[in-house]
Write a protein that binds this ligand. Structure first.
Ligand code: GDP
Ligand code: MG
Length: 439
C-alpha cells in the first residue's frame, strides 16, 4: 500500500497532461450533454473542436484526472464564449434610451417589454412602452394591461396605424415627456418572413435604437442558431433576451445565440409574471447547459488548494531536507481540503479497492497527526530534532494533543525517516508518515 501512496503522491503533484486519447470519453460525454441541452449541432462541433485543440498539452492539476480537467476547461470556455460577465443594458448619453424588441411571435416580446420597463422603474428610470403590433387588436390590449399592472405608460395609435409611424411618434413622445427609456414592442410572425423583416428594418432605420434586443424562446432548440443568424444579418441585433428558462429546458439556445451573433444575452425570462426577469449570468448558464457541475466544482476545489509555486518551493525544500512539520501540515491540509480522505483516495487509480475501514483508519491517523503537530511549538515544528532529543518535549506534545509520548516519538521518527528518504530519492517521492496506520 505504501507504493500506492507513492503513486498517489505523484498524482497529487500533478504530472499528467491533456492528450487526445485521455479525454476521448469526456469528449463524447460533453458532446452528448450539449446536444441534449439543445445547442445547435454545428455550434457544438465548432465549439468542441476549438476547445479540444486549445486544451492539448495543458497541465492537469493535482488531484484530478485529465478528463475531469478537460470538462472544467470546456466549462470555462463556455463561460468565456457567453461573455464572461453580465453586460448591462445600453444607456444613451442623452435620454431617451431607445430599445427595439425583435423576435418571432409567441417568444415573449410583449411580456419582456413590460419586464424590462419594470426593471428600469425599479432603478428609478422612467419608461414608455410603444405598441407597434397593429395586426392583432389583442396585442395592443395586452400591452396596455401590462402597463397598468406595472404603472408604466403605453403609447399606441390603434390598429390602423403604420408601425414605423407609431415607433417614430412614440420616441417623440418619450422626448417630450422626459422619459428615460422607450421600449418599442413589435409584431412577430410565427416564422421568419420578409414582411416582418422589412418592417423591423424600417422601424430601426426610423428611430436609430441604442439596443436591438432579439427575444428568443429557450425552447426553440436547434432552430435558435439559424433564427439568430437571419435576424442578425438582416436587422443587426445588439443583444438578446432568452425567455422561458423557467421550464426544464437546459438553455442550449444561449450558446447558439451567442456563438452565431457574437452579441451578449442580457436578460433571461423565468416566468410569465412581470417580475420574472433576471440578468444573464454566463457562469450559471454554462453550468446549466453543460450539466456537469459536480466535476467542475471538484476541479475548482482542487485548483484553489494548489498553489503551484508553493508546491515547487516545497519540493525544493524536500530535496534540501529543509522540509519541516509546518510544510508537512500544509500538505496534509491540502489533502484534506480537497475532500474527504476517502473521496481523494477513490479518485486515484488503483486506490479504489480501499475498504471503508481502511479509509476510516487513514482519516483517523491524519487527524491524530495533525493534532500532534498543532501541539508543537513553532520552534519544534521547524526543528524536529528538538523533539527527537527531548522526551520531555514529546510528553508535553502528547499531553497537549491527547496522545502518549510514544505516539509523538513514532511520528517524529517516521517524519525524520521520510525526510532523509526524500532527500535520497532526490525526487521528492515520499511515503507519508501519519498514514502508517494504513499499511
Ligand atoms: P410575443 O408574441 O413575442 O409578444 O409573446 P408574448 O409576450 O405575448 O408571450 C407569449 C406567451 O409566452 C405568453 O403566454 C407569455 O405569458 C409567455 N411567456 C413569456 N415569457 C415567458 C417566460 O419567461 N416564461 C414562461 N413560462 N412564459 C413566458
Ligand atoms: Mg407581442
Amino acid at each position: 500500500l505504501s507504493e500506492s501512496l507513492e503513486s498517489a503522491w505523484k498524482k497529487l503533484r500533478g504530472q499528467d497532461k491533456i492528450t487526445s486519447s485521455n479525454i476521448k470519453p469526456a469528449l463524447q460525454e460533453i458532446r452528448r450533454s450539449l446536444l441534449s441541452a439543445d445547442v445547435n449541432l454545428q455550434v457544438v462541433k465548432t465549439f468542441i473542436a476549438d476547445v479540444e485543440k486549445a486544451a492539448q498539452g495543458a497541465d492537469v492539476i493535482s488531484g484530478v484526472r485529465p478528463d475531469q480537467q478537460f470538462i472544467k476547461i470546456v466549462n470555462d470556455e463556455l463561460v468565456k464564449v457567453m461573455g464572461e460577465s453580465n453586460v448591462p443594458l445600453a444607456q444613451a448619453e442623452t435620454p431617451p434610451t431607445i430599445i427595439l424588441m425583435a423576435g418571432l411571435q409567441g417568444t415573449g416580446k410583449t411580456t419582456a417589454t413590460a419586464k424590462l420597463a419594470l426593471h428600469l422603474r425599479k432603478q428609478n428610470r422612467s419608461a414608455l412602452m410603444v405598441g407597434t403590433d397593429v395586426y392583432r387588436p389583442a396585442a395592443i390590449d395586452q400591452l396596455k394591461t401590462l402597463g397598468e399592472q406595472i404603472d408604466v405608460p403605453v403609447f399606441e395609435m390603434g390598429t390602423e396605424a403604420n408601425p414605423v409611424e407609431v415607433a417614430k411618434q412614440g420616441v417623440e413622445k418619450a422626448k417630450t415627456d422626459g422619459i428615460d427609456t422607450v421600449i418599442i414592442d413589435t409584431a412577430g410572425r410565427l416564422q421568419i418572413d420578409q414582411n416582418m423583416m422589412g418592417e423591423l428594418i424600417a422601424v430601426k432605420k426610423a428611430i436609430s435604437p441604442h439596443e436591438v434586443l432579439l427575444v428568443v424562446d429557450a425552447m426553440t432548440g436547434q432552430e435558435a442558431a439559424s433564427l439568430t443568424d437571419t435576424f442578425h444579418q438582416q436587422v443587426g441585433v445588439t443583444g438578446a433576451i432568452l425567455t422561458k428558462l423557467d421550464g426544464d429546458t437546459r438553455g442550449g439556445a444561449a450558446l447558439s445565440v451567442r456563438q452565431v451573433s457574437g452579441q451578449p444575452i442580457k436578460f433571461i425570462g423565468v416566468g410569465e409574471k412581470v417580475e420574472a426577469l433576471q440578468p444573464f449570468y454566463p457562469e450559471r448558464m454554462a453550468s446549466r447547459i453543460l450539466g456537469m457541475g459536480d466535476v467542475v466544482s471538484l476541479v475548482e476545489k482542487a485548483q484553489e488548494e494548489i498553489d503551484m509555486a508553493d508546491a515547487e518551493a516545497m519540493q525544493a525544500k524536500m530535496l534540501e531536507a529543509r522540509f519541516d512539520f509546518n510544510d508537512f501540515l500544509k500538505q496534509m491540509r491540502l489533502l484534506k481540503n480537497m475532500g474527504s480522505f476517502g473521496s481523494i483516495m477513490k479518485m486515484i487509480p488503483g486506490m479504489n479497492k480501499l475498504s471503508g475501514s481502511d479509509i476510516e483508519k487513514g482519516e483517523t491517523q491524519l487527524k491524530r497527526t495533525e493534532a500532534m503537530i498543532n501541539s508543537m511549538t513553532k520552534q519544534e515544528r521547524e526543528e524536529p530534532e528538538l523533539l527527537a532529543k527531548s522526551p520531555g518535549r514529546r510528553r508535553r506534545v502528547g499531553k497537549g494533543s491527547g496522545h502518549q509520548e510514544k505516539d509523538v516519538s513514532k511520528l517524529v521518527e517516521d517524519f525524520r525517516k521520510m525526510r532523509s528518504m526524500m532527500q535520497q530519492m532526490g525526487q521528492g517521492e515520499m511515503g507519508m508518515p501519519g498514514m502508517g496506520g494504513l499499511g
